[in-house]
Design a protein around this ligand. Structure first.
Ligand code: FAD
Length: 381
């Protein structure tokens, strides 16, 4: 059976591992972090995520859809197709379930605390550094010349880069001729907070998406299975610096702008969160192609990080796995499959990326602009 090496065991890397485990391939996954299943706190992006039909279809193909959907909270949309709804799910739980599912196959090996450094594209190898203590030696017969913290090379029939928005693999491809790349940081950042259950019940209606639009800043809330809500404030970095710099300022800001949410979040929680966490940036990345040589492909945020206002970053990454799996099953040859994948996928990824940016404008300006003006601005007529 062929060997696939996956960079990154985040959401898209872990799902890809499930797909290739099912195909019976030898699968090696190299992940920078420790195994999240053994960690008390996992630092990273949003606590919960909206799983849509796109993501559900991919999970269904590896037999995980029903289990995952059952672990989430249904969010009803009056404009959705009958029977379809998005589901609010816990990021960490989802990631853990997929790692465990992939690991059930003995041909799958996760190497945590292994940092992918770059691609040696002349020799079609991945350069990896073992950053764990003590060393855990990879198997499957590649050259095992490495010692602790030394770099080593890995060859594979297929390499899939799922190492996120700041992908090391993508970075090392930047000097290739005809590789197109663009990135944009939007002026907004975000901070996540938490509303606890009230008398063991949800403090707000659970099956809806809560939105407090305030012109150039916005608060949203999504329910969790444990009856808490993850609340996210999106605001320009300027706004964070001017009006949320001190504990007093931040409390006043919430009290004035979101009086009902302020009561539910509580003074202490708001102050402690803002002391502990800095606003996080949001980046949008586009590149093309997504396939290189005859054995390397970028997927998920490594290929198309997008702003989160369309709730499709992970969903689109999950769809990448499904689309590629189907193409590979149909074509068979790896080189031809990755080229066909890139041909069909780049256009779709760019489109979802643009829609996410459009929704960013729509959400922040919901109060101030008519939809007509926004559609004009984005030339959508
Ligand atoms: P990541 O989740 O970033 O995983 C990358 C993995 O690679 C990580 O485990 C990382 O440790 C590892 N890694 C990185 N560098 C290396 C390296 N050099 N070597 C080895 N490993 C490495 N999407 C939705 O669909 N719905 C939502 O509701 C939603 N909400 C969001 C809210 C916010 C605030 C944000 C910021 C994003 C949101 N997204 C949402 C987008 C979603 O988080 C991403 O699209 C998704 O996480 C992409 O998965 P990924 O596996 O490609 O990348």
């Amino acid at each position: 059976m062929p060997t696939v090496v996956i960079a990154g065991a985040g959401l898209v890397g872990a799902l890809n591992a499930c797909f290739f485990a099912k195909k019976g391939w030898n699968v090696q996954i190299y992940e920078f972090r420790r195994d999240i299943r053994t960690m008390k706190h996992v630092q990273g992006r949003s606590i919960n995520l909206a799983l849509s039909q796109r993501g559900k279809s991919a999970l269904e193909a590896v037999g995980l859809k029903d289990y995952i959907v059952d672990q989430g909270v249904a969010i009803r949309q009056p404009y959705g197709q009958p029977g379809e709804h998005i589901v609010s799910i816990n990021r960490r739980h989802l990631n853990e379930v997929m790692i465990t599912q992939a690991e059930k196959c003995e041909n799958v090996k996760f190497f945590f605390e292994h940092k992918v450094k770059s691609v040696d594209y002349e020799n079609k190898k991945l350069i990896v550094q073992n950053i764990s203590q003590p060393s855990r030696i990879p198997t499957f017969g590649q050259k095992q010349t490495h010692q602790d913290h030394q770099e080593f090379e890995i060859e594979a029939d297929l390499i899939i880069a799922c190492d996120g928005a700041y992908s090391a693999v993508r970075r090392s491809l930047m000097t290739l001729p005809r590789f197109n790349f663009s990135q944009e940081y939007i002026e907004h950042g975000y901070v996540e907070l938490n509303i606890l259950a009230k008398n063991d019940e949800f403090a707000l209606e659970e099956n809806v998406f809560h939105l407090w639009p305030r012109g150039h800043f916005t608060l949203i809330a999504l329910a969790n299975k444990d009856k808490t809500f993850t609340v996210t404030i999106f605001a320009p970095f300027d706004e964070f610096e001017k009006h949320m710099a001190t504990p007093q300022d931040v409390l006043q800001f919430f009290q004035e702008n979101f009086p009902d949410a302020y009561e539910l979040l509580g003074e202490q929680h708001i102050s402690e969160t803002f002391k502990r966490v800095k606003p996080q940036p949001l980046v949008s990345v586009k590149c093309s192609p997504h396939a290189f040589f005859d054995n390397l492909v970028l997927m998920g945020d490594a290929a198309h990080a997008m702003v989160p206002f369309y709730g499709q970053g992970m969903n689109c990454g999950f769809e990448d796995c499904l689309v590629f799996s189907e193409i590979l099953d149909k074509i068979g040859d790896i080189g031809e499959s990755i080229r066909e994948y890139s041909r069909v996928r780049v256009k779709d990824a760019h489109t979802i990326n643009d829609l996410a940016m459009y929704n960013y404008e729509e959400l922040k300006d919901l109060v101030n602009h008519s939809s007509y003006k926004l559609r004009k601005k984005f030339d959508l007529f």
